[in-house]
Design a protein around this ligand. Structure first.
Ligand SMILES: Cc1cc2nc3c(=O)[nH]c(=O)nc-3n(C[C@H](O)[C@H](O)[C@H](O)COP(=O)(O)O)c2cc1C
Length: 184
């Protein structure tokens, strides 16, 4: 890849949820994406990332767990119902968690490292022609999702990632210019 191809790839990555739900993303590809994540910068080499992959019917279990947590906290019925099935919108869902650190600062830096890792995954997906979508855990459902994933208690769900083959071209998107202050 030449430098221009790299910068084009960064711009080509767009949030894209319109996917062919019937077309499988094979497990070797998912493993490759998770491996890309673990090469992100990681202060104190804490290896803070944990991954759980949901395909097939397991996607429904993930949605049910999140929806039950939302229902328990009194969320609106329509929102809860939508959550029950929302992970069926992609053939593969990867939940990426960030483990708690030994101090507040380390926990924060763990989360930063995991977020950087997720960007590696999204760029890797784009390079393979896959559509991707980074979502947060629904409010109040962090522990419920972590528990379905088998993550240790206190793990922060940094992303619930949707991956699949795109069913249409993504919106090219617009960005304001980078705000840069130069010092000399
Ligand atoms: C930490 C994080 C959490 C996000 N959570 C959600 C989410 O819950 N729902 C959603 O629609 N998009 C979510 N997004 C995606 C952003 O909305 C998206 O990146 C933004 O609209 C810019 O679009 P682009 O990715 O195509 O550049 C999240 C992004 C990040 C970085």
């Amino acid at each position: 890849m030449n430098p221009q191809e790299f910068f084009d790839l960064v711009r080509a990555r767009r949030t894209q949820l319109v996917m062919d739900v019937e077309k499988v993303v094979d497990s070797a590809t998912i493993e490759q994406l998770c491996t890309a994540a673990i090469w992100a910068p990681n202060h104190q080499l804490t290896w803070p990332w944990v991954f759980a992959v949901f395909t097939g019917e397991s996607r429904r279990r993930l949605g049910e767990a999140a929806a039950d947590a939302m229902q328990a906290r009194g969320d609106a019925e329509m929102k809860v119902a939508k959550t029950r099935t929302k992970y069926l919108r992609a053939p593969a869902i990867v939940v990426v968690g960030s483990l708690p650190g030994e101090s507040e600062l380390q926990t924060e830096e763990n989360r930063d490292a995991v977020a950087a890792g997720i960007q590696n995954m999204l760029l890797g997906a784009t390079s393979l022609g896959l559509a991707s979508f980074w979502s947060s855990a629904p409010k109040g459902a962090n522990e419920a999702i972590g528990s379905v994933c088998g993550f240790p208690s206190g793990t922060h769900i940094t992303g619930v990632l949707y991956f699949g083959w795109p069913a249409r071209d993504p919106n090219p998107g617009e960005r304001p210019p980078a705000a840069i202050t130069w010092f000399d």
